[in-house]
Write a protein that binds this ligand. Structure first.
Ligand SMILES: Nc1ncnc2c1ncn2[C@@H]1O[C@H](COP(=O)(O)OP(=O)(O)O)[C@@H](O)[C@H]1O
Ligand SMILES: [Mg+2]
Length: 406
């Protein structure tokens, strides 16, 4: 965004819109035009549409969209371009996503549609990652019945630099409330929001999403680090606080982080905006590796608990002999769901006895322990193992690493 020409309602100055949406400020001027010109403005208002006040502006904007699509309103197009310092409108149609199964296909569609060029694969994968993580958060944590409203666009700035903006908004409970359940110390919304960007900070642990790795408390951490390691921007506005993180590429992950003034300005739900100069990610796998490395360095000591325990179990523990069903994956899933996880949730000690097994495949161990381990971590109940051969031990350690840190 060019500093010589401040944009109305730019990401640098979101307070007027946020205040209006929170009922503490006047309606910004030309809102329906801005809603078309600014992806994040549109997502924010769309998420809030059930409220009558937003319904009216939403309807006005829809009318404009139709006129523009029919070529009936060239003045509106000219105005949109002038307020947004863009040379073209390349808007991805906004959409609501409200179930877990829709997330991955949706993320594929949107990232391919916006970044089709083969040589921009690394940018596309980054976009895809951010879409998936943000929508998972909406579905898992927001309690917003309508789901998450996603908007995105890609445009050329007048400087010629192509930019990508993605916005995901929900009208849910907000990050501070979600985190408070497990982190009662985070009563201040700013403290909660800042903490949500740390590795391994999560407000809940979700049942029923088997075989995936979505609740390591790493989603927002990864997205924030992506912004830091590129010259990206991350805005998170939620109930009671808004923060803006801006990265610069010239310094290894240098960045600025600030809370938007006035204190307490937020969003009636959660709004996350991610902006990335297209092409700033040159090597997506390397980016992910760097962020994983940073996560390790920044993991506070208390989070490096080992939830698979190799030391002796309490005598009253229930023992499961694994040899009886070794490498039988369906049996492992059944054992996990019917025997292991319920005991962990009741915080009863269990022991898995691996005697007689010199080696086990990672996929078998995954079926047996991925879910139980996440519950063990969430409920702070260790899973004891015994008679573990070295090769099995390293498989168990690997499983714990990726289950809880991935
Ligand atoms: N849209 C949202 N609505 C409510 N709470 C959220 C939302 N997004 C994130 N959070 C909170 O922030 C926490 C951290 O999110 P994240 O880093 O993605 O970790 P995870 O999703 O694995 O818990 C979540 O556990 C949740 O408490
Ligand atoms: Mg998440």
């Amino acid at each position: 965004m060019s500093p010589e020409r401040p944009l109305p309602l730019s990401l640098e100055d979101p307070a007027p819109l946020l205040q209006w949406l929170s009922g503490t400020g006047p309606e910004p001027e030309q809102l329906e035009l801005l809603m078309l010109a600014r992806t994040w403005v549109s997502a924010a208002i769309s998420a809030a549409v059930p409220d009558e006040k937003f319904q009216a502006i939403y309807q006005r904007a829809r009318k404009l969209i139709e006129q523009i699509a029919r070529g009936e309103n060239p003045e509106a197009v000219a105005r949109i371009l002038s307020v947004s310092s863009r040379t073209g409108l390349n808007r991805w149609r906004g959409q609501l996503v409200n179930s877990f199964e829709k997330i991955e296909p949706f993320a594929n569609d949107i990232s391919k549609a916006l970044v089709p060029a083969a040589e921009l694969e690394d940018t596309r994968l980054t976009l895809r990652y951010v879409v998936v993580e943000l929508l998972r958060n909406v579905v898992q944590h927001s309690h917003a019945p309508a789901g998450g409203f996603v908007e995105a666009d890609l445009w050329n700035e007048e400087s010629g630099r192509p930019m990508l903006q993605l916005a995901v908004a929900d009208a849910g409970i907000g990050i501070p409330a979600s985190l408070r359940t497990l982190h009662p110390d985070l009563s201040d919304p700013e403290a909660a929001l800042e903490k949500a960007l740390w590795p391994h900070i999560s407000g809940t642990f979700e049942e029923g999403l088997t075989g995936t790795q979505q609740n390591a408390g790493m989603g927002l951490f990864f997205i924030a680090e992506m912004a830091k390691l590129t010259s990206g921007t991350l805005l998170i506005a939620t109930r009671g606080a808004t923060l803006l993180l801006s990265g610069w590429t010239d310094d290894e992950g240098g960045h600025t982080l600030r809370f938007i003034e006035p204190r307490g300005v937020g969003f009636p739900g959660t709004l996350v905006v991610f902006e990335l100069p297209v092409g700033d990610v040159a090597d997506y796998p390397a980016l992910i590796e760097t962020i994983k490395e940073r996560a390790k360095q920044r993991t506070p000591q208390r989070a490096i608990h080992r939830w698979i325990r190799f030391d002796p179990a309490p005598p009253e523990s229930t023992v499961f002999e694994i040899q009886k069903q070794a490498e039988n994956t369906p049996a492992a899933i059944q054992l996990a769901q019917q025997e292991i996880t319920p005991r962990i949730l009741r915080r009863e000690p269990i022991v898995l006895d691996f005697s007689g097994l010199r080696i086990l495949t990672q996929s078998y161990l995954h079926s047996l322990l991925f879910e139980p381990l996440r519950f063990a971590w969430a409920s702070r109940t260790p899973i004891y193992v015994r008679n573990v051969e070295p090769a099995v031990r390293s498989n168990l350690e690997l499983l714990e690493n990726y289950a809880l840190a991935g």
